[in-house]
Design a protein around this ligand. Structure first.
Ligand code: OOG
Ligand code: MG
Length: 260
């Protein structure tokens, strides 16, 4: 893709977000949008977010569980950026006027104590760089109509980033059993889904290592203090107006989302 096209593709996606309007996939407009150019578009959109005053606070993995991969029909994980504008404080209802078609998904979240950069990062070295582990809920909001996209479309769109809520309990990873950390997903009083940390790449630390190694290959890193969303443990659920979605983690507390 030519640099003018990269800038233009980033702009149309940011404009869809700003105007809260779903659009068709950008691969229809730019058929040569392969995965590397999609990451270039994503990085350009990040630069535009930073230019308008947002602060980079971390990264998010996407499509790290079978449940998510099957739903989206895509079998490989993705990486995207988190800025301070994507933080939804606990207890604040969803700002619906800013969202197209929000869906909620429970995630295990790391806050880094040390900088981490590939190559050669293993799950063990990745986990050793983590300061705190939280439960969280990500509110994804694809800019594409009906969440219909190829992996390249989704990557360019910052992996459907919307908002995220951090849970109430931050634990040291020492002595935590992340493989068995469970989450029950509740929608309007009914438990609709459940998963454990094993759903996320076999172990959430594997997802963290994957992020560090992929970023390292591009000359980038996960900085100390960064927030890392390791990817939806279960399929995402629609958040209808007036709905109440809760993610109950076994040792990381409960995150509740009010549909607004
Ligand atoms: C892509 C974003 C995926 C996750 O945790 O799997 C994601 C999508 O499903 O729209 O954030
Ligand atoms: Mg997610």
């Amino acid at each position: 893709m030519r640099s003018g096209d990269v800038r233009r593709a980033a702009e149309v996606l940011l404009e869809a977000e700003r105007s809260v309007t779903a659009r068709g996939p950008i691969t229809a407009q730019w058929p040569d949008l392969d995965l590397p150019s999609a990451y270039t578009v994503q990085y350009e959109a990040l630069q535009q977010r930073l230019h308008r005053g947002e602060t980079l606070i971390g990264v998010k993995l996407g499509l790290t569980s079978r449940a998510k991969q099957i739903r989206m029909g895509i079998d490989s994980p993705s990486l995207a950026w988190l800025t301070d504008a994507m933080v939804l404080p606990a207890g604040v209802p969803l700002p619906r006027e800013k969202l197209i078609h929000p869906r909620a998904e429970p995630e295990i979240v790391f806050v880094m104590g040390e900088r981490l950069a590939g190559p050669g990062v293993t799950a063990a070295t990745a986990l050793a760089a983590v300061e705190r582990v939280y439960g969280g809920v990500e509110i994804i909001d694809s800019r594409y109509r009906d969440f219909k996209f190829t992996l390249a479309d989704a990557v360019a769109d910052n992996s459907s980033s919307g908002l995220f809520v951090l849970g109430p309990v931050g634990r040291s990873p020492d002595g935590m059993d992340l493989l068995h950390e469970a989450c029950l997903l509740e929608v309007d009083g009914q438990i609709t889904d459940s998963a454990t940390g094993a759903a996320v790449q076999g172990h959430p630390a594997e997802a963290l290592a994957l992020a560090a190694n992929s970023l390292g290959a591009r000359g980038l890193a996960i900085e100390a203090g960064a927030v890392v969303l390791t990817g939806g443990m279960t399929d995402a659920v629609h958040v209808k107006p007036g709905a109440r979605v809760a993610a109950h983690f076994s040792t990381l507390g409960t995150v509740t989302i009010a549909g607004g």
